[in-house]
Design a protein around this ligand. Structure first.
Ligand code: HEC
Ligand code: HEC
Length: 388
């Protein structure tokens, strides 16, 4: 956990730098541009990680920190007071570049170019990988990580257990109110609080706008301006006050995640919209047994959902985003279910990912509210900041 706080502090600094760069007109801003902005268009000294969107580049930095337990300034110049600071080469940064090339070469030569070996394979959250096997590891009981990603091989989806994904989902739909009740909830506006690193761990207001079957907009009113994430049923965007002062279209795993969140807001079609598989080893969350299903997107890491075996309620989602060097997980824990027009809705959500943790607590959910279509359009760039 040592690196986490510093990593977050670092991301905040970076944010300001990017905002400054934008204000200086060094970075072009475009409201409707759907083409993701590439790392080398924004950053000054990208030698290896070229041709990937800015969001994926920053996700990759998150992967590095998580894999090595080094925070941003452990690799970057300690005086990263300008954007140039991140562009400066340090010995560690140069080592990391060599490591990227080494890992690519290993994967090319041995694993058909797949990300079979990643930074984490050796580093396991330390900067100095162990070379000598530990007897302690060998003779202690290994703990199973229930969040572990399982990439589904191409080919027919098989279930090894008796209980099917459909049965688990039927129980869930029943537990939150049943199909007829679910059909009556067609939209909602939720209000509450958000707490995370970009709010300096203070509680700030959040608003969630949702339209059945699959439109979802979340607005966090941070001290620096609004952070907006939108999924309109097909496309998704984030316009985060703390990230780049611009609208970043979501792609890949980020887009799949937005789609999943939208459908989970109105779960009536959750069975049909995804291809679920089950048959995972039994696991517990907080000492309660759970049943696990996974979205069986072939050859990729599909989201996993965890349902309380007794109540049938959804307690966790874990999903994965591909970076330039491997996959990183995001976890969402759901609790405090309360009735909204006869449908049970989780009022508390805790989101954990490589860059930090945030808590959302709803206080008021207004069912079947009228929401303007504009609420689900491409968000405007964050307000209150200089534009060019
Ligand atoms: C393990 C070392 C390592 C860690 C930890 C790390 N980085 Fe990097 N970073 C690199 C390397 C290597 C590059 C250059 C990549 C290339 O040349 O393709 C880079 C490049 C960058 C750049 C581009 C700078 C420019 O203008 O060229 C930014 C911005 C950046 N990192 C931000 C971060 C942030 C924010 C964090 C913390 C979340 C972080 N990095 C953590 C190794 C690291
Ligand atoms: C095949 C195993 C292996 C993989 C994969 C690997 N590393 Fe390393 N890495 C090492 C070893 C071993 C060392 C320590 C070398 C030493 O003792 O000087 C090291 C050292 C480093 C250091 C220097 C740490 C320090 O003490 O200054 C950085 C930074 C680093 N690795 C980053 C990465 C990144 C980023 C990746 C993924 C792109 C990666 N490594 C993948 C084996 C690996």
């Amino acid at each position: 956990m040592r690196a986490l706080g510093l990593t977050l502090a670092c991301l905040l600094v970076l944010t300001c730098l990017l905002v400054a760069a934008s204000a200086n007109g060094q970075v072009a801003s475009s409201r409707t541009d759907e083409k993701p902005l590439m790392a080398e268009d924004v950053f000054k000294n990208v030698q290896v990680l070229k041709g990937i969107p800015v969001k994926e580049f920053l996700n990759t930095m998150g992967f590095f920190s998580a894999a090595t337990n080094l925070n941003c300034i452990d690799c970057h110049s300690p005086q990263s007071e300008s954007l140039e600071g991140y562009a400066i080469d340090t010995p560690r940064k140069q080592t990391a570049r060599r490591m990227i090339l080494m890992v690519n070469a290993i994967n090319e030569a041995n694993f058909g170019g797949r990300h079979s070996v990643t930074c984490y394979t050796c580093h396991r959250a330390t900067d100095r990988p162990e070379a000598i096997p530990s007897l302690l590891d060998q003779y202690s009981v290994p703990e199973d990580d229930p969040d572990r990603v399982e990439v589904i091989p191409a080919g027919p989806v098989q279930s090894v257990r008796q209980i099917s994904a459909d049965q688990i989902l039927d129980k869930y739909l029943q537990a939150i109110g049943g199909a007829p009740q679910l059909a009556r909830l067609t939209s909602f506006i939720a209000k509450g609080t958000y707490e995370g690193f970009e709010t300096f761990s203070a509680k700030v207001p959040i608003e969630i706008f949702a339209n059945a079957p699959n439109q979802l907009t979340t607005v966090v009113h941070t001290q620096n301006g609004d952070s907006v994430s939108t999924y309109d049923g097909n496309h998704g965007w984030i316009a985060a006050a703390d990230k780049l002062m611009r609208v970043l279209p979501l792609t890949g795993g980020d887009l799949e995640g937005a789609r999943m969140d939208a459908f989970l807001s109105f779960p009536a079609r959750i069975k049909q919209e995804f291809q679920w598989r089950t048959g995972f080893p039994s696991v517990s969350i907080d000492d309660r047994p759970v049943q696990v299903i996974q979205n069986a997107a072939r050859g990729t890491a599909g989201a996993k959902l965890y349902f309380d075996s007794e109540s049938g309620l959804l307690v966790r989602q874990v999903r994965y985003v591909d970076t330039a060097v491997g996959v990183i997980p995001t976890r969402i824990d759901y609790s405090d279910y309360r009735g909204v027009a006869g449908v049970k809705v989780p009022f508390r959500r805790v989101v954990t990912w490589t860059d930090g943790r945030s808590t959302i607590e709803l206080s008021d959910v207004q069912p079947n509210a009228r929401i303007e279509a504009a609420q689900f359009a491409t968000p405007a760039p964050p307000k209150g900041k200089p534009q060019n």
